[in-house]
Design a protein around this ligand. Structure first.
Ligand SMILES: NC(=O)c1ccc[n+]([C@@H]2O[C@H](COP(=O)([O-])OP(=O)(O)OC[C@H]3O[C@@H](n4cnc5c(N)ncnc54)[C@H](OP(=O)(O)O)[C@@H]3O)[C@@H](O)[C@H]2O)c1
Length: 266
């Protein structure tokens, strides 16, 4: 049976999930609402959905995907009038836990979803966790939607969900930052565009090698394949290690977890 799906907050992540024409194959009714109407209108045009201009046009929905920032949750009071006991809320909000969402919406059926940037190019990673009363039917429809843009990892406890968020949804930002730093050492190349091209190709090649040819090798084994004893890569890795790279990462992830706790209590 056709399901009605409302997407609220049509920014980066909602686009990453719903900007895929193939989603129209699922024959759901898609509705999009955003503070700035143009964004809802643009996103709805991708899969033939309906953009909603004013909250007075809202009805009740089977699914509500929530894609606003955690600090905007308070402005979502109006949604309560559009939920019924069959509605499943799917929250993309970082740090806000299932219990907080249940209390805020006075609603039982909640799914937390943590996407990452790769979903734009159908290579996303989704972390997913739900409250026990979300039905198998609802979960299977959500999984179908996500299957068009990435791979879903179902989790059972929220502590792991929040911790793994650092390694999935934060990671494209961390990797890009690292490559920005690395590109600053490419002093023999002038063009920023060429630097990006060279490093991106290397990144894709490494990822594909890890996924295909080296699928049975650990990260350490692949490292040793390149970093032969007494060679240049080994010297580079040894120097990075000696300069405290592992500690730098440990501290970075600790700070990120602290920030996640702060956001939860805003
Ligand atoms: N970015 C990531 O890589 C990432 C990864 C994982 C999870 N997340 C989570 O995903 C959520 C969305 O992040 P994002 O990067 O997509 O943010 P974003 O691009 O800023 O999108 C948020 C959207 O919400 C809209 N909005 C804000 N208040 C609203 C309201 N009262 N009514 C209707 N629409 C409203 C904004 O509208 P305007 O256009 O008017 O500003 C904007 O389009 C966040 O909760 C974040 O924690 C993000």
């Amino acid at each position: 049976m056709k399901k009605s799906i409302l997407c609220v907050g049509c920014g980066n992540m909602m686009n990453a999930i719903f900007r895929h024409k193939e989603l129209s194959q699922l024959a759901n009714d898609y509705f999009f609402y955003n503070r700035t109407y143009d964004k809802a209108s643009k996103l709805s045009s991708f899969i033939g959905g309906t953009a909603i201009k004013d909250i007075s046009e809202l009805k009740e929905y089977d699914f509500v995907f929530l894609g606003v920032k955690p600090q905007n949750l308070d402005s979502m009071e109006f949604l309560k009038a559009h939920l019924n006991n069959k509605t499943t809320i799917v929250s993309l909000l970082a740090a806000i836990d299932l219990n907080q969402l249940q209390n805020f919406f006075s609603h039982k059926k909640i799914v937390r979803l943590m996407p990452n940037l790769g979903a734009f190019v159908q290579e996303g990673v989704y972390l997913k966790i739900d409250t026990e009363n979300v039905t198998n039917e609802a979960n299977s429809l959500i999984n179908q939607i996500l299957s068009f843009s990435g791979e879903t990892f179902e989790l059972k406890d929220e502590q792991s969900f929040d911790h793994l968020t650092l390694f999935s949804s934060c990671m494209p930002g961390v990797i890009s930052n690292l490559f920005d730093l690395i590109s600053k050492q490419m002093t023999s190349m002038n063009s920023e565009e060429d630097k990006k091209r060279l490093l991106t190709k290397t990144l894709i090649g490494t990822a594909q090698y890890l996924k295909i040819e080296g699928s049975s090798e650990s990260f350490n084994e692949v490292t040793n394949r390149v970093a032969s004893k007494g060679g240049i890569t080994q010297a580079l890795n040894a120097s990075l290690e000696k300069s405290g790279l592992e500690l730098v990462f440990k501290k970075g992830f600790e700070s990120a977890l602290l920030r996640a706790r702060e956001l939860k209590n805003l």
